[in-house]
Write a new protein. Structure first.
Length: 404
């Protein structure tokens, strides 16, 4: 039944991609994955991430695995991961993960020839897991976090029970997930801290200099609007257009031509795209970032960060602005992220309900005069306390690596 439904979905995806250019390239790559993937003659460590966010959450582990004698292959399901992956020095090969049609997945796994598989967070595909288990290939889940609503659903619960039971070990991010696994007799599990904390702290050690941007910002107070979705536009648009005594850095969540054009429509004042910054035009205070991969480097320039997504499916990454001592604002949908509760409790972050609430909160932050270095100390203490000891995870994995 699953395979039949998947083929129907695949047919619908083909139709959907006729109307959306962004996904047409992904579909073309999907159709050629098997023929374009060369077979590994030696067994490899296979790491799978759904997208770039899942990759950032497991990158510190990948760096550690680079020190073993084994080569690593990485796969992504989404274009955001595949197209924007830059750490080629850490892996031997990068691929899209094929759609989970049984025959294709079987062929793909034979070509990858994995000795172990590490899945970041929750991207669990039934045929992939079943074939790996059938071939006695150890599967590790790192950073699994289940949603209470989903595990309360009988059908989803059966799905998790069946396929998570096939894992060699699951490293859970929270107590809810751990208790669910143990209650359902999936005993090979343990709780870990969020490896994303490690990665955020690692990034602080990388020096980033941008002379054009520094000249543009002119040492004025700077606010960054990070991972902005269209639902955030009504909250921030008037603020950006009226606050001319400060700088505004706008970073959309999706960076493509249509998103940039739609964003430009809500900005009534003179602005500049980051890609044009080298041409000068420093007589303005609004810059739109139209280059992927810069966001985490830009928080060093800002004092206040509005993080998007909180008026849609959920607020995006607040750890990165916190690491640079930004005071953070976001919408009301933040409750799936434990760090946001800490930041709110310590008054280094604030949730806003609407445009008026956003303006009032901003004015209070400016009036408070709290130094960035004081906020930075609170946030760094929290991040350092929440780091994960990677040797704990590597200890499990190395037991299987020794067999090869």
């Amino acid at each position: 039944m699953y395979n039949f439904i998947l083929r129907i979905i695949y047919l619908l995806i083909n139709i959907y991609c006729l109307f959306f250019k962004k996904y047409r390239q992904w579909l073309r790559k999907q159709k050629k994955i098997i023929q374009n993937t060369s077979k590994n003659s030696k067994k490899v460590i296979w790491i799978h991430c759904a997208s770039m966010g899942e990759y950032e959450s497991i990158k510190p582990l990948l760096i550690k695995l680079k020190n073993t004698r084994f080569k690593t292959n990485i796969t992504f399901f989404s274009p955001s991961g595949y197209n924007n992956f830059k750490d080629f020095h850490l892996v031997e090969k990068i691929n899209y993960l094929p759609i989970d049609i049984k025959n294709n997945m079987d062929l793909f796994i034979k070509k990858i020839n994995p000795m172990i598989v590490i899945i970041s967070q929750n991207d669990i595909w039934p045929n992939m897991i079943t074939i790996l288990k059938k071939n006695n290939i150890p599967i590790y889940g790192v950073g699994l976090k289940l949603n209470q609503t989903k595990i309360s659903n009988w059908f989803i619960k059966q799905y998790y029970n069946k396929y998570l039971n096939m894992f060699s070990h699951i490293f859970c991010l929270d107590d809810l997930t751990y208790k669910f696994l143990n209650k359902n007799k999936i005993s090979k599990s343990s709780i870990i801290n969020n490896i994303r904390f490690n990665q955020v702290l690692n990034e602080l050690e990388i020096t980033y200099q941008d002379d054009h941007l520094t000249t543009f910002l002119k040492n004025k107070t700077t606010m960054i609007y990070a991972s902005i979705e269209k639902e955030d536009y009504p909250i921030i648009a008037d603020h950006i257009n009226t606050k001319s005594n400060m700088n505004h850095i706008i970073v959309p969540h999706e960076i493509d031509v249509n998103t940039i054009e739609n964003l430009k429509k809500i900005i009534r004042k003179k602005h500049i795209l980051y890609s044009n910054l080298k041409n000068g035009l420093f007589d303005r205070n609004i810059i739109i970032i139209d280059v992927f991969g810069l966001l985490k480097k830009l928080y060093k320039f800002s004092k206040i960060a509005y993080v998007g997504g909180g008026f849609k499916n959920g607020v995006h990454n607040t750890l990165e602005p916190a690491a640079y001592g930004n005071t953070i604002l976001f919408g009301p949908n933040y409750k799936n992220f434990p760090e946001t509760f800490f930041f709110i409790e310590k008054k280094v972050a604030f949730s806003v309900k609407n445009k008026k609430d956003f303006e009032n909160t901003f004015n209070k932050i400016i009036a408070d005069k709290k130094l960035k270095k004081d906020i930075l100390k609170i946030n760094l203490n929290y991040l350092n306390a929440g780091k994960q000891d990677l040797e704990n995870i590597l200890g499990h994995i190395k037991n299987d690596l020794k067999k090869n």
